[in-house]
Every structure is written in structure tokens, then in C-alpha cells.
Design a protein around this ligand. Structure first.
Ligand code: ADP
Length: 263
């Protein structure tokens, strides 16, 4: 709490009382704290791959490069870590653009079935590697909404990609479109994966939140995917819901209005 005290003087300069202003700065402090945490997180996230790239490059220069199997192995690690850095920086740039509202949506009539087919193409190889079945039953009627097709595709790709990442080999990932009565459409992505604990659900949309450090590190995720998804859904004035049962799977649904909503 910030308190300001000032005297109230009449035109002759006599003291007529005092004004006390109480300013609740809890919210400001909280924002400052979030900002500090964010900078700390970003620095940590950037440092990890950089340390690894530096270390392996040095080892190679120190002589490991003369052994073919070391050369290949270390270069592939350097490559993987560089890719991770690249993704991280791209995601951060995008998130900062979105958060500063420096991006406009390219509103148009969008056929959701088409967008979902395109999204599936992008993640198909990733699913095949894990022998995960991708199931999509398109609706009979065309599902058309006013939206930004690239952004909707990005939302769906992120959700599909998470579903594949957090589902063990041989599992199933389903994609569906249903009417959202009187409003628009609902796109759902469900998986037969590890699920998320109830307490964690409200936090997974935060930047750099990961339920379990080890599993996410192994997945190569940047922990920014769902934060971006949430912002993109909100930019469309839509809604996103999650239901999950640990050990059984998760279902993420995005609700999009058929007609563009007033800002
Ligand atoms: P990441 O890049 O780590 O996947 P996200 O922001 O996309 O980051 O997701 C945040 C966290 O939410 C993940 O680290 C993961 O723990 C959890 N999560 C997201 N999607 C799923 C899912 N389909 N099943 C289980 N856990 C999930």
C-alpha cells in the first residue's frame, strides 16, 4: 500500500485539513514480479542450449573432431540445440508481438475443415514417428467462420503437436469440429496421453509453465505454445477449455464465433 499525505490550504495559506491518498499497488508489484520472473526464465532457457552448443563445439575443436563417430554425434547435438534456440526466439518474438497487440488479424471467411486438413498435414510426420493414429471426421456441412486462417491453423497445430508429444507410442489423437449452437463452431483436439493434474490445469497457459520439467525438456517444447494459443484465441474473442484425466488423456476445445465480435 502506498500512502500520500498532503495539507489542504485555503487561498490565504491557512491549513484547512489534509488529504490522504491510499494507493493499492498490489497489482503493480505483482506485474513487476511477473516481469522479473519472465526475464529470469528467458535467460535460463537461452543459457541452457548456448552452454551445450559452446561445450560441444569446444570439445570438437579440442580434438574430438578427428574421430568420425564423435564428430557426427556432437554435431547432431549442436544442431538440435541450435534448433531449440531458434524455436525459442521465434516463440518469444511472437509472444511479445501478440502481448503488445502489435499484430492485426487478417479477418476473412474461413472454411475450418480446410484449415484442419492443412494442420494435420503439418503434424503427420511427427505422429508417424510415434505410431500415433490421427483421426479426423470432417463435418458434412461446411463449417465457416470469420477468422484469420493462418492464426487458426497455428492454434490447431500447437494443440495437435502437444497432443502427439504428450501421448505415448501407439496412442490416438482425434480432431473434431462441432457446431457451437447459435454462436459458431467448436474445434476439439483429444488425446489418449498422460493427461494433466487438476491443480496444474489453470497454470498451463502461463508462459514457461511446464507440468514436469523432465518430460517437457525431453519433448523439446519451448513452454510458450499454450500461452500463444490462448492469446490467439482471445484475439478472436473466442474461448478455450481443457478437460483432462491423468493417465487417460486430455481434450482441448477452442470456440470460435461465426461472425466477428465487436472489440
Ligand atoms: P511445451 O512447449 O512445453 O509443450 P506448452 O505451453 O505447449 O509448452 O504446454 C505447457 C505444458 O502443458 C506442457 O509442458 C505440458 O506439461 C502440458 N500439456 C500441454 N498439452 C498437453 C497434453 N495434450 N497432454 C498433457 N500435458 C499437456
Amino acid at each position: 500500500l502506498e500512502v500520500l499525505v498532503a495539507p489542504v490550504l485555503d487561498p490565504e495559506g491557512h491549513n484547512r485539513g489534509i488529504v490522504i491518498v491510499f494507493h493499492d499497488i498490489t497489482q503493480l508489484k505483482k506485474l513487476e514480479r511477473i516481469r522479473q520472473d519472465f526475464v529470469a526464465n528467458v535467460s535460463h532457457e537461452l543459457k541452457t542450449p548456448i552452454t551445450s552448443i559452446k561445450g560441444f563445439a569446444e570439445t570438437l575443436l579440442d580434438g574430438a573432431m578427428y574421430k568420425e563417430e564423435h564428430l557426427k554425434h556432437f554435431l547432431s547435438i549442436i544442431h538440435k540445440e541450435a534448433e531449440r534456440l531458434h524455436r525459442l526466439v521465434e516463440d518469444l518474438l511472437q509472444l511479445s508481438q501478440i502481448e503488445q497487440r502489435r499484430f492485426g488479424l487478417n479477418w476473412q471467411e474461413v472454411n475450418l475443415t480446410e484449415v484442419l486438413h492443412n494442420s494435420l498435414q503439418v503434424v503427420r510426420a511427427k505422429a508417424e514417428v510415434k505410431n500415433i493414429e490421427l483421426i479426423f471426421m470432417p463435418p458434412d456441412e461446411p463449417a465457416v467462420v470469420e477468422a484469420d486462417p493462418d492464426r487458426v491453423q497455428q492454434i490447431v497445430i500447437n494443440l495437435l503437436s502437444n497432443a502427439i508429444t504428450y501421448t505415448p507410442e501407439g496412442g490416438e489423437v482425434r480432431l473434431s469440429i462441432d457446431p457451437w449452437p447459435d454462436k459458431g463452431y467448436r474445434i476439439c483436439v483429444s488425446d489418449t496421453g498422460m493427461g494433466i493434474n487438476k491443480e496444474e490445469i489453470p497454470r498451463i497457459f502461463e508462459r514457461f509453465y511446464r507440468v514436469d520439467w523432465a518430460r517437457s525438456r525431453a519433448s523439446g517444447g519451448t513452454d510458450l505454445g499454450l500461452a500463444i494459443v490462448k492469446h490467439l484465441v482471445e484475439a478472436h474473442r473466442g474461448e478455450i477449455t481443457v478437460e483432462s484425466e491423468p493417465g487417460k488423456g486430455s481434450i482441448f476445445c477452442v470456440y470460435l464465433y461465426q461472425k466477428r465480435q465487436e472489440q
